[in-house]
Design a protein around this ligand. Sequence first.
Ligand SMILES: [Zn+2]
Length: 337
Amino acid sequence: MKDKEKNNIYFWQESIWAQLTGAWEQQRMPHGLLLAGPAGLGKPRFARELAGFVMCREPSPAQQRCGQCKGCTLMAAGSHPDFRWESVPEDRKTIGIGQAREIVAWMHLTSYLGGYKVVVIDDADLMTREAANSLLKTLEEPAGASLLMLISKRPHGLLATIRSRCQLLRFTRPGHEAALQWLGTQDSSADWPRLLFLANGAPLRALTMYRDGFADTDRQFSADLAGIIDGSTDPVAASAAWAKQPPVVWLEWLQTVVLGLIRARAAGVAKSKECEPVHLIQGAVNINLGRLYHYLDDLVAARQRSERGVLRADLMTAAMLIPWACGLNYRSIYQED
Ligand SMILES: [Zn+2]
């Protein structure tokens, strides 16, 4: 246990960690790694930990960084000259060619400390095609002792040629019970089954939701939706309140709930533990499966539109809440164009 704490690896990452540190010891560390998987599984922290391990001048045989050498000290201070962390700049939506060229040029510089050069690119699927192409050469002909780590929630958004030149590390959600147990050690008062359901099984996402007070938002959404279904809440009034939240918050919430309802129906109601929290929305469990799928398509379309900023927020919330007043028996506003 102590070793794991020192490396700061989450328990669901242990096998990937062992695989890579094992490869390191046998001097078979790949030049390119693709850390793929949904949000909320701690991929960025894993990348940082692995970089720290690679930068250690005297790692122990137990797959530990020493914590004291120059490499470790510089990494801990966030000032290691052979390490770079790249992400989409705040004022932009993509990683462009300029940024990629800078990374490539930097990787070809001689290492300051004589060891590895390590670059992490977060949200690597947001690289433009030109940026990805310029990075490709570095993956094909690596510059000396270097490691490029790409982090991606949507690896299919990466160029296939980039994907094929990286070793794929698939981060998966831990088992339901194990995740609940771990979350329980973080805080004993939270409704973890509910939050873990809303976080699609990703423990860190559940933890962030809890810390951000999302339980209150969830309660409001659930009460409103139940009220709309049984006719006690006016969907237009509710949609005005919902529109105060960023669209992604309530769109994701609705999507998770609808997927939960679909799963619950498919598995037979109350059969699946993971689906249980969805039954908090009274009246929704009896809605026809075909209508749920139809509505789910609309949610996806609404989300795409909201990302493009096409619709006014309050109109969009109304369009997505009113259908619940008639058991999702409605004509789509999105699927005709
Ligand atoms: Zn060290």
